[in-house]
Design a protein around this ligand. Structure first.
Ligand code: HEC
Length: 145
């Protein structure tokens, strides 16, 4: 079993790509900003909120067309979405570290030598350039969906 200091070492800065300060600040802001969603009403943090341990505390995530966080998320103006997401939102803490090479419940995004740019992606979502980690590749998908 790892000691407390061994566990702490796992999240040292050397375990992550070097952050560019400007990109880091932009990413932090966009994470909480619904501007990335098609209809301006949902942000990454809606389903991955720090107050809910970077998840949404739901067994199945509720997407656009509602207001609020987690179990308090409710329909607005009778405008219920046609479908829920069929999986729960995973926690995101530290996933940018080099060691995390597989993303999603089913691992559909993962580091792999065969595909172009070294990351296996869903067929209709191929990468157009190199990204530093599987986490960076995954982050493109919520915006596209
Ligand atoms: C509507 C809710 C919702 C929103 C909004 C959302 N996510 Fe997610 N996220 C999920 C769900 C559900 C999963 C698990 C999906 C699966 O495994 O198929 C997930 C999975 C992930 C994962 C994979 C974690 C792992 O351990 O494999 C990452 C990373 C992630 N989301 C980042 C983001 C980012 C970045 C944004 C914004 C650009 C975002 N999410 C917006 C619900 C959401």
């Amino acid at each position: 079993m790892a000691t407390a200091s061994e566990r702490l070492n796992r999240v040292m800065p050397s375990k992550f790509p070097t952050p560019y300060t400007e990109i880091f600040a932009l990413g932090s802001q966009l994470f909480f900003d619904p501007v990335l969603s098609g209809n301006d009403n949902i942000a990454c943090a809606t389903c991955h909120h720090p107050a809910l341990r970077s998840g949404d505390a739901m067994s199945l995530s509720i997407g656009y067309g509602r207001l609020g966080l987690g179990r308090l998320r409710e329909v607005v103006n009778g405008n219920a979405p046609k479908a829920c997401i069929s999986r729960n939102a995973l926690a995101l803490f530290n996933l940018g570290a080099w060691e995390f090479s597989v993303m999603f419940h089913d691992g559909r995004v993962h580091l792999n030598r065969e595909p172009m740019y070294g990351v296996a992606m869903p067929d209709d979502r191929t990468l157009e350039r190199t990204v530093p980690t599987a986490f960076a590749a995954q982050n493109i998908l919520p915006i596209l969906s």
